[in-house]
Design a protein around this ligand. Structure first.
Ligand SMILES: Cc1cc2nc3c(=O)[nH]c(=O)nc-3n(C[C@H](O)[C@H](O)[C@H](O)COP(=O)(O)OP(=O)(O)OC[C@H]3O[C@@H](n4cnc5c(N)ncnc54)[C@H](O)[C@@H]3O)c2cc1C
Length: 423
């Protein structure tokens, strides 16, 4: 049974602070404000300043999480190679070591099933919510609900992907295997040598920063206060509850605090004595002028894991995963790798003028699932992070589910596997 009408009214009149102006934070602020709550969102930089600004923009329903059976062997081979999809610079780092051990344990069939059940539940209403933002709120974020493809040149990788697709289909996703003729019909610009593709028919892609800024504006229009250039430096707690935060500019009281600060949530939660062990997994993008012959829709390029997303005026090449700590240092060889690998699939990539390059930090838990729920032992502290490679496409559902959990105590999907008590 959910809270009584009086309790719900009290919850709505309370002041909720949301920390973090990325995809997750703004969606939470939006759904809380839509339910009539008093919300202040506090962001250290600008809205969509971090991982949410430059990701590949895939709304990839049914995407497998990172920890999965077999990945461990592949990762060990990749780990020390600066030009492989996964790179871990060798260094003494105990939290990283502990995380890797937990990650290794999570590469199991059992964990994969648990994660896929969560992903399937999140996926169910995702497109409907993105449609809401695009059609009802008229947010222009170049939303293209046309699906996208994983395209393969290597037979081994293609066969592997077909086995994955079969597994993903068992959770209800319309993964479609297509042969080379159909691939070239859909994407005539691809160079010769493609052996097949997996078409993610129910998925979509978009420009992620425009989405986040649009949702922040929508939250503001509903009465949410959006504070930018304001960093939360400390969290005040008393009697097992948060009473407010101190930012770089002022002090705020609150009845409830939601931490949605991406890769920085680990250190913020620590200020309140709460453990959220994560590693920041760095990824890169390079935006290039769209070559004369280019993609019609987004494509993931086979076993390189490079994602090519056509965005108005340019082509974004994004990918790679690097566990090198909480910093934004760009390793040029990894950006160059994106261009080199994409050039094997598409013409004109190597010659195309580079518009910009970027890196961002994915907030990653070791078991691949988000950290979502009330913090243990601090009764009004809520955490919403750890969305790793899927924080853009899961953000609308995360926002909705967090608002349901906070306001009604009855989230519309089972969030048990994501709770913080597992750490
Ligand atoms: C190369 C790359 C490609 C990706 N591709 C995809 C994709 O195709 N689809 C997908 O779904 N996901 C993708 N992702 C993952 C996605 O980008 C992330 O999961 C998502 O952006 C995380 O959102 P967030 O709001 O949790 O964190 P962030 O976007 O990092 O936002 C956290 C915010 O908190 C703020 N903050 C931190 N500390 C404080 C503080 N003390 N006070 C105030 N504010 C603070 C930060 O400034 C930041 O703006 C990709 C990621 C990368 C790097």
């Amino acid at each position: 049974m959910g809270p009584s009408k009086e309790m719900q009214a009290a919850v709505k009149n309370d002041h909720t602070i949301v920390v973090g102006g990325g995809a997750i934070g703004v969606c939470i602020a939006y759904f809380l404000a839509r339910r009539g709550c008093r919300v202040t969102l506090i962001e250290r930089d600008g809205i969509a300043a971090a991982a949410s600004s430059g990701n590949a923009g895939l709304i990839s329903l049914g995407h497998l999480p990172l920890p999965r059976p077999g990945l461990l062997t592949t990762s060990l081979r990749w780990m020390l190679d600066r030009t492989s999809p996964l790179y871990i610079p060798p260094r003494p780092d105990l939290p990283l070591l502990a995380w890797l051990i937990r990650f290794a344990r999570a590469c199991s069939t059992r964990q994969l099933r648990t994660s896929m059940e969560v992903i399937a539940a999140i996926s169910r209403s995702t497109i409907e919510l993105f449609d809401h933002f695009a059609e009802d709120l008229k947010i222009d974020f170049q939303y293209r609900p046309t699906g996208y493809m994983d395209v393969f040149r290597s037979k081994d990788a293609w066969n592997h992907a077909r086995r994955d697709a079969e597994y993903i289909r068992s959770f209800g996703f319309p993964e479609k295997e297509i042969g080379p003729d159909e691939v070239y019909r859909r994407e005539p610009a691809l160079l010769d040598g493609v052996v097949g593709a997996i078409a993610h028919e129910g998925s979509a892609f978009a420009e992620p920063a425009e989405f986040v800024r649009g949702v922040a504006d929508a939250a503001r229009a509903l009465g949410a206060v959006i504070m930018t250039d304001s960093e939360v430096r400390s969290i005040r707690t008393a009697n097992g509850a948060v009473s407010g935060v101190q930012t770089s500019t002022e002090s705020f009281g609150c009845d409830r605090l939601v931490l949605a600060a991406g890769a920085w949530t680990t250190s913020l939660a620590k200020l309140a004595g709460v453990r959220v062990p994560m590693q920041p997994a760095k990824g890169y993008h390079v935006n290039i002028t769209t070559p004369t012959e280019s993609l019609r829709s987004a494509c993931m390029l086979g076993d390189t894991y490079v994602i090519c997303t056509p965005i108005n005026g340019y082509l974004r090449l994004a990918g790679t995963l690097e566990l090198s700590g909480l910093n934004h240092n760009i390793r040029q060889e990894r950006v160059d790798m994106l261009i080199r690998q994409a050039a094997a699939y598409l013409p004109g990539i190597a010659e195309a003028p580079v518009i910009s390059q970027w890196c961002g930090l994915r907030p990653c838990t070791a078991d691949g699932l988000p950290a979502l729920g009330w913090a243990p032992r601090v009764r009004n502290l809520y955490v919403a992070t750890g969305h790793a490679m899927m924080g853009f496409w899961t953000s609308p559902m995360t926002g909705r589910v967090v608002s349901e959990h906070i306001l009604d105590d009855s989230p519309s999907i089972d969030i048990h596997a994501m709770r913080l008590e597992r750490f």
